[in-house]
Write a protein that binds this ligand. Structure first.
Ligand code: NDP
Ligand code: MG
Length: 389
C-alpha cells in the first residue's frame, strides 16, 4: 500500500501477552499500514526488550519498576524512551504520539490506561473486556463524549460488530454469543471437583493467556462477554443469549427485528479480529488458513449447562442487577483464578468464592469511578480473606 499515507501508529498495551504478540505479527506483516509506537509489559522484560529491538517503538513501559534498569540498559544504544510503573502506563496512554491503542492488558489493570486513552479521544482496539465489565457505563459515556471509537477485538464482539456494519438504523432484537464450552464441555461437578490447573489450561480451540483460558474453562469468560456486549452495543441484558458451539466457526450472531440473523464465521484465529480492529473500516488481505464448508465436519449448537457452570448464572445476575455488581464479580473472579492457578483452591471453589464476595460487598446502584475502584479493592480483600481461612 504505497499510497503515501503514513502507517497508523499503534500503542500496544500488553504487547508481551497472547493478544499483544499476535498484534505484533499483524503489524510485522503490514509494515506500510501499521507501526508499533508504544509497547508495554508488566514483568516480562526480556520479551519486551526483544520486541523493542525488533519494532523500534518510540516508547516502552515496564510495569514492574524493579525491571526498569535492565530494560533501560538493554535499550541504551537506541532512541527508545523507557518508562516504568503503573502511573507511567496512564501518562503514556495520555500522550499524543499514537493513533490507536490496542488495549491488551489482562484484567482490571487495563482499566486506567484504557480510560485515559478514551479521555484523550484515541481510537481503541479493545481486547481488555474487564474494562467494560467493571465500568462499562462510564467508559462508553466517555467514549461518546470524546468521540473515541471503540472497536472490539474479542472474537465474539468483533463478529457482532462486523454483522452490524451497515445496520446503524436497524434495531437489534437479540445477540447470540457463541461459546466453545471450553475443555470441560459435558463434564459434571463430580469430575470438575478434581480438575487441576494444567488440565484447565488446555483449551480445545484457542491458545490464550492463562487468565482467560481458565475463564473459558469455567464459562466466566462468556459471562464477562455478556456484560461486555451489553455496553459495547448498548443493548438490554435480556437481549443477550449464550449458545454453546464447540467448533468455534460461528463467532457470534445478531438477530434483527425482522427475524433475520447475521453471523460472522471463520476459523478460530485471534489474528483475524485483531487485524480487523486495527484496519477498520478496511479489510486487508492475509494468507491465514480459510474455513472450507466442503470438508467433512459439523457445526453443532447446544444450551450451556448452567447447573454445572454456575459462573454463568452469577455473571447473568451481575448483568441484570448492574451497578457495582459486575465490578465485584470481576474482582472476585481475578482473585479466584489466580488462586486456582497457584493450586490454592479447587476448580469449583472459584464459583463459591465469587458468589460469597458478591453477597458480601455492599451494592451501589450508580457508582462513580472512585466507587468502582473502592468496590474492586473491597471485593479483592474479601475474596482473598476467604482463601487464607
Ligand atoms: P496475557 O496474560 O497473555 O497478556 C497480558 C498482557 O498484559 C501482558 O503483556 C502482561 O505483561 C500485561 N499485564 C499483566 N498484568 C499487568 C498489570 N498488572 N499491569 C500492566 N500490564 C499487565 O493475556 P491475553 O493476551 O490472553 O489477554 C489480554 C486481554 O485480552 C484480556 O483482557 C483477555 O480477556 C482479552 N482477550 C484475549 C484473547 C486471547 O486470545 N488471548 C481473546 C479475547 C480477549 P507480562 O507479559 O509482562 O506479564
Ligand atoms: Mg471471546
Amino acid at each position: 500500500m504505497s499510497n503515501g499515507i503514513q502507517p497508523k501508529r499503534i500503542a500496544l498495551f500488553g504487547s508481551t501477552g497472547s493478544v499483544g504478540s499476535q498484534a505484533l505479527e499483524v503489524i510485522a506483516a503490514n509494515p506500510d499500514r501499521f507501526c508499533a509506537e508504544i509497547l508495554t509489559a508488566q514483568s516480562n522484560d526480556d520479551l519486551l526488550i526483544r520486541q523493542a529491538l525488533h519494532f523500534q517503538p518510540n516508547i516502552v513501559v515496564i510495569g514492574d519498576e524493579r525491571k526498569y534498569q535492565h530494560v533501560k540498559n538493554a535499550l541504551a544504544k537506541t532512541d527508545i524512551k523507557v518508562f516504568a510503573g503503573e502511573k507511567a502506563l496512564e501518562e503514556v496512554a495520555a500522550m499524543d504520539c499514537y493513533d490507536m491503542m490496542l488495549a491488551a492488558i489482562v484484567g482490571f489493570a487495563g482499566l486506567r490506561p484504557t480510560l485515559k486513552a478514551v479521555e484523550n479521544g484515541k481510537a481503541i482496539a479493545l481486547a481488555n473486556k474487564e474494562t467494560l465489565v467493571v465500568a462499562g457505563d462510564l467508559v462508553m459515556q466517555k467514549a461518546i463524549e470524546k468521540r473515541a471509537p471503540i472497536i472490539p477485538v474479542d472474537s465474539e464482539h468483533s463478529a457482532i460488530f462486523q454483522c452490524l456494519v451497515g445496520e446503524t438504523r436497524n434495531r437489534i432484537e437479540k445477540i447470540v454469543l457463541t461459546a466453545s464450552g471450553g475443555p470441560f464441555l459435558g463434564k459434571k461437578p463430580n469430575y470438575l471437583v478434581n480438575v487441576k490447573r494444567d488440565h484447565a489450561l488446555q483449551h480445545p480451540n484457542w491458545s490464550m493467556g492463562a487468565k482467560i483460558t481458565i475463564d473459558s474453562a469455567t464459562l466466566m469468560n462468556k459471562g464477562l462477554e455478556m456484560i461486555e456486549a451489553r455496553w459495547l452495543f448498548d443493548i438490554k441484558p435480556e437481549q443477550v443469549q449464550v449458545l454453546v458451539h464447540p467448533q468455534s466457526i460461528i463467532h457470534s450472531m445478531v438477530q434483527f427485528e425482522d427475524g433475520s440473523i447475521k453471523a460472522q464465521m471463520g476459523l478460530p484465529d485471534m489474528k483475524l479480529p485483531i487485524q480487523y480492529a486495527l484496519a477498520f473500516p478496511q479489510r486487508i488481505p492475509n494468507a491465514f488458513p480459510r474455513y472450507d464448508f466442503r470438508k467433512p465436519g459439523q457445526l453443532t449448537f447446544e444450551e450451556p449447562d448452567t447447573k454445572t457452570f454456575r459462573n454463568l448464572v452469577l455473571a447473568t445476575d451481575a448483568l441484570f442487577r448492574g451497578g457495582n455488581l459486575p465490578c465485584i464479580l470481576n474482582a472476585a473472579n481475578e482473585i479466584a483464578v489466580y488462586a486456582f492457578l497457584r493450586n490454592r483452591i479447587g476448580f469449583l471453589d472459584m464459583t463459591d468464592l465469587i458468589e460469597r464476595t458478591m453477597d458480601h460487598v455492599p451494592i451501589i446502584e450508580k457508582p462513580t469511578l472512585e466507587e468502582y475502584f473502592e468496590s474492586d479493592g473491597e471485593a479483592r480483600n474479601f475474596a482473598a480473606s476467604l482463601i487464607k481461612l
